[in-house]
Design a protein. Structure first.
Length: 398
């Protein structure tokens, strides 16, 4: 198989000194300030039907540093500030290409605290990472080794809401290469009672990470609500306690999904899923918390990029495909299928588990892509494709 060059981000925790933490906090603030100022300038120009590009904002940054009011921008490394302007340029490119909404201003309290350094802004040598404007390397906990001989092309330093510091190094990983072709294919139906149901009949339990910590989280949130709003130390400690519980939930969820998606990609050549609009589904107040805890979007994202790494194929079946209502034995559709119905019997005599039946139908629809060329991927990705639902139905008609 042809080798592919895959760039992976390796993330590690580190523990900064007081001086390093202060320097990084200043850098985060300056990155946010530059991004917001450049966005304001470009927004005003956009209102006048003019466009301001990256080169123009870069020249503006030089002028801003010369003013007395913004002289502090020159006290931090210039590399993360330039990267902020490049990220803004990418955001506008997505907007003009109709792939994203108009860029939004960064919030001091809600936006991610991060700074990105390119090769001119750091030195990595013998496992020691030294950032610009710092007099000593970061104290990194090497929880796993970098690929042998790897040299980071970019380094991103961030701090999450729980106060933890992370450094992410983007490197080429020669160890990622396509796996040997496999004959197996699987249909995957996501759910809440069970996180996944496979077309093979296997059901994977839903760990419900948020539910396990719900009592602790509710107690911590009540304590936070009693603290006077402002910048007081007691409110800060209560907010940090809530953030640590959320971080614990997110870490366990992400770890479980990584193990699950790696296993599915390694075992199967073709993986068929349903193109669910999760952002609309979470508007259902009765199911929003459970759907968010299941993290279906995160599962799909991991599945897709790992399949691309290892030479597998992920097929997304149209969301309107009636996978639950079709009989996987004879193809006849049921009249209705409310969520409360978990087992049903078709007129042909076949009795189906709702989720297992849906997974089998998804697999059949996905395989129609290679068998008859039907287009079952999301319409936004393959416009004009033929409907796999109609294709399969016409084949079964006399």
């Amino acid at each position: 198989m042809t080798a592919i060059q895959v760039k992976r981000a390796f993330r590690y925790r580190f523990y900064p000194t007081g001086a390093q933490a202060a320097e990084l906090s200043r850098t985060f603030g300056c990155v946010r300030k530059v991004y917001n100022m450049a966005l304001a300038v470009r927004t005003e120009a956009w209102a006048r039907r003019e466009r301001v590009n990256y080169n123009q904002t870069s020249a503006m940054l030089t002028d801003w540093k010369k003013t007395e009011e913004l002289a502090y921008l020159g006290e931090v490394s210039a590399v993360p500030l330039q990267q902020a302007l490049r990220h803004l340029q990418s955001a506008f490119a997505g907007f003009f290409g109709k792939r994203a909404k108009y860029p939004r201003f960064k919030s001091r309290k809600k936006s991610r605290r991060s700074a990105e350094y390119t090769t001119s802004g750091f030195r990595f040598r013998d496992g020691r990472l030294m950032l610009a404007k710092m007099d000593r390397p970061l104290d990194i906990v090497w929880s796993r080794p970098l690929p042998e001989g790897a040299s980071p092309s970019t380094v991103t330093v961030s701090q999450d809401s729980a106060g933890r510091w992370f450094v992410s190094m983007l490197c080429e990983d020669p160890g990622v290469r396509p796996l040997p072709a496999a004959d197996a294919a699987v249909g995957i139906d996501v759910g809440l009672d069970h996180l996944l149901t496979l077309s093979s009949g296997e059901k994977i339990a839903n760990p419900r990470h948020e539910r396990k910590d719900r009592a602790r989280l509710a107690r911590a949130q009540r304590e936070l609500s009693r603290k006077a709003k402002g910048e007081g130390a007691n409110r800060y400690k209560a907010r940090l306690k809530v953030a640590k519980i959320h971080a614990r939930i997110a870490d366990r969820r992400r770890d479980h999904l990584h193990k699950l998606t790696t296993r599915l990609v390694c075992e199967n050549q073709t993986l068929v899923i349903e193109d669910l609009t999760v952002r609309n589904m979470v508007k259902n107040r009765s199911l929003a918390r459970a759907i968010s805890d299941a993290a279906w979007s995160q599962f799909r994202s991991m599945l897709e990029y790992k399949a691309a790494w290892y030479g597998r194929e992920v097929i997304a079946v149209d969301r309107y495909f009636p996978s639950s209502r079709l009989c996987s034995a004879c193809g006849a559709p049921a009249a209705s299928m409310p969520l409360s119905v978990r087992t049903w019997t078709c007129a042909c005599g076949a009795t189906h588990d709702r989720d297992a039946n849906a997974a089998k139908n998804l697999l059949a629809a996905g395989l129609a892509v290679s068998v008859c060329g039907a287009g079952v991927r999301p319409q936004r990705r393959t416009p004009g494709g033929r409907s796999a639902t109609k294709q399969k139905t016409s084949q079964r008609e006399p």
